[in-house]
Design a protein around this ligand. Sequence first.
Ligand SMILES: Nc1ncnc2c1ncn2[C@@H]1O[C@H](COP(=O)(O)OP(=O)(O)O)[C@@H](O)[C@H]1O
Ligand SMILES: [Mg+2]
Length: 465
Amino acid sequence: MPRFLSAHPDARLIPLPWQLPLVDWPTDYLVALPRGISRHVVRFLTVGAEVVAAKELLEKSALHEYRMLQDLARLGAPAVEAIGVVTDRLDADGAPLDPVLLTRHLQFSLPYRTLFSPGIRHDTVSRLLDAMVVLLARLHLIGFLWGDVSLSNILFRRDAGEFAAYLVDAETGELHGQLTDGQRAHDLDIAMTNLFGEFCDLEAGGMLDESLDPYALVSQIESRYLALWAELTGVEEFAGSDLFRIESRVRRLNSLGFDVAELDIRTAADGSTLTLQPKVVDAGHHSRRLLRLTGLDTEEHQAQRLLNDLDTYRARLGLGQTDEAVVAHKWLTDVFEPVVSAIPPDLAGKREPAQIFHEVLDYRWYASQREWREVPLTDAVQGYIADVLSVLPDEVIASDTIIHPETRHLANPFDPSQGFADDDEEAPFDPWEADAADPDVELLPAHFDIDALRRKAEGPGTMSR
Ligand SMILES: Nc1ncnc2c1ncn2[C@@H]1O[C@H](COP(=O)(O)OP(=O)(O)O)[C@@H](O)[C@H]1O
Ligand SMILES: [Mg+2]
């Protein structure tokens, strides 16, 4: 009898065929969704109307990852949500099977391979890197040492014009009271090493625009992370008369989406200088405000966009003196909800409501520029549905056509790791995981060694696609 370890047990999981290894599960139980390259067998299961990600791995790792994901949820970090672990599995002959870790499928999430394609815009890549850097800094702020930062271990969701990144693989994670600079540098090194490999792999597969250089991309990650960390935690010293600098530091952090929960301000004995250091910063400044005002739970940049629209609405109706919560309610019923409910149900799987609203605002702006008049929101919604939404691929449950819109078919739609049916190679090549199995290959040092990486990328037998 398998055992279920779960904080919120779901009886629908019990009758699933746990006596079979995940690779052998009948497709009736599975749903084909895009996903990143993985070491373990990972499948998406349909459980009622929900989709659950199942990963088969060693008991110790499964339990550790389950606990880590629960801790991350408790600390409000952006990560997939753990459902439980199924242990004590036996096959038909009574031989033991590895446990399965279950996580809730992150809706509207996009693995990086679906986002990179020839012709991907430079600024899109730049936004993905920013989202990744923010994720890493947020995890470091709460004392989480990831140990395996890579694009395959991150999921991206659209967040207005930006992206929001989520941690998906916490197997190697460790939670500490606070990270040392050395620990953070170590995580950053791992990130750069893994990402260099992944970018080289995309390049070799023709999925990275030729103008993008893997080395330049990883260098940007480093400099952006260091800049963000300095902004979030750095000490600032200034003249005692420049008190406005306290306010401007807080504003800068707010505009980056962080709130200051505690500021450490010290004054020199003679009052001539002040030092200022944010002690506790929390991400989600705008999304918390929007949630408080409207109950809408959105990503950070979406929240920022919606709040701007709310503020504009308030100004336009001259409601500056009215309580903000009252205006927010009126905006929700008069502006937001009519847009969302205008979307035909069969198109609702393409984008989340807050993302649709953001895109409609964009659409209206362009339409107004083009037609040189203020296009009403109701017209803009209809135009957006006809011109944009109806031609977009589904993102709530995307089929393999998203990965390669041309004509390629996956060898096994339930396991994108196995590559394309028309590929000579069996699976997408991942140099980092291939090496783990090959004793002859030069092992990479634990620190970031770009020359070793370049040798590896050019080496025989690798990157042969
Ligand atoms: N809860 C989830 N929601 C969406 N995608 C998921 C989820 N869990 C796993 N995936 C997808 O499966 C891939 C592999 O999962 P991961 O935990 O990284 O396995 P491994 O430990 O074998 O690397 C990820 O890159 C991601 O695309
Ligand atoms: Mg992984």
